[in-house]
Design a protein around this ligand. Structure first.
Ligand code: NAD
Length: 194
């Protein structure tokens, strides 16, 4: 496994390309991201998969819903959008990806039935940016004054939310759980290929 972020002198892309796709338990190799995109995944990236699994386990309907994702990284925002747009269980949503060049972000976040914050910007999503009943998944983990906060301003958003994940907790432990699932899956695939 490659633990990101890497020191600046190492080319992240070059290194990720060298991982054997059959051992790519992070799901970051272009082979696995391509399989994800066409709806035939082998190893899903752990954080997006953890978010989707949370929605499934809490029986939150995703199909036909407006999902707005704030963040377009290759490890969270983009793969998560690809997963939730598939015609599949726990997906089938209309997905909007917002990013640093999105003008008037609130215009999009207010349309969200499910809002997923993955921007790495502490408490940037506030109560006035969501509509009542919204499901809020906070992927962000940001260190502020020696403690961890999410991308969501929990206190102002919680009165509007039907569900909201905490930071710390919430998505973080799900990422670890999905990493374990992928690791066992990789080992089982290896054994059955012998
Ligand atoms: P990143 O910096 O690679 O990407 C952040 C994205 O958010 C960028 O695409 C940028 O366009 C967008 N963005 C940033 N500020 C914005 C703003 N003000 N408005 C709109 N868009 C904005 O980050 P990443 O690796 O995707 O991680 C995002 C956050 O999630 C970080 O806080 C990170 O620590 C956290 N994270 C948590 C887990 C977990 O297991 N919970 C896993 C991975 C990342």
């Amino acid at each position: 496994m490659v633990q990101l972020p890497l020191p600046k002198h190492i080319d992240e892309r070059e290194l990720l390309y060298r991982i054997n796709p059959e051992k790519d338990v992070d799901g970051f190799h272009p082979y696995n991201l391509g399989r994800l995109m066409i709806g035939d995944p082998v190893f899903l990236p752990c954080t997006p998969w953890g978010v989707q699994e949370l929605l499934v386990r809490y029986q939150i309907e995703v199909s036909r819903k407006n999902v707005v994702i704030v963040g377009r990284s290759n490890i969270v925002g983009k793969p998560l959008a690809m997963m939730l747009v598939q015609k599949a269980k726990g997906a089938n949503a209309t997905v909007t990806i917002c990013h640093t060049a999105t003008p008037n972000l609130s215009q999009y976040t207010r349309m969200a039935d499910i809002l997923i914050a993955a921007a790495g910007s502490p408490r940037m999503i506030t109560g006035d940016m969501v509509h009542d009943g919204v499901v809020v998944i906070d992927v962000g983990i940001n260190k502020v004054d020696d403690h961890l906060v999410g991308d969501v301003d929990f206190e102002s958003v919680v009165p509007h939310a039907s569900y909201i994940t905490p930071v710390p907790g919430g998505v973080g432990p799900m990422t670890i759980a999905m990493l374990m699932v992928n690791t066992v899956k990789s080992a089982e695939r290896f054994v059955s290929s012998q």
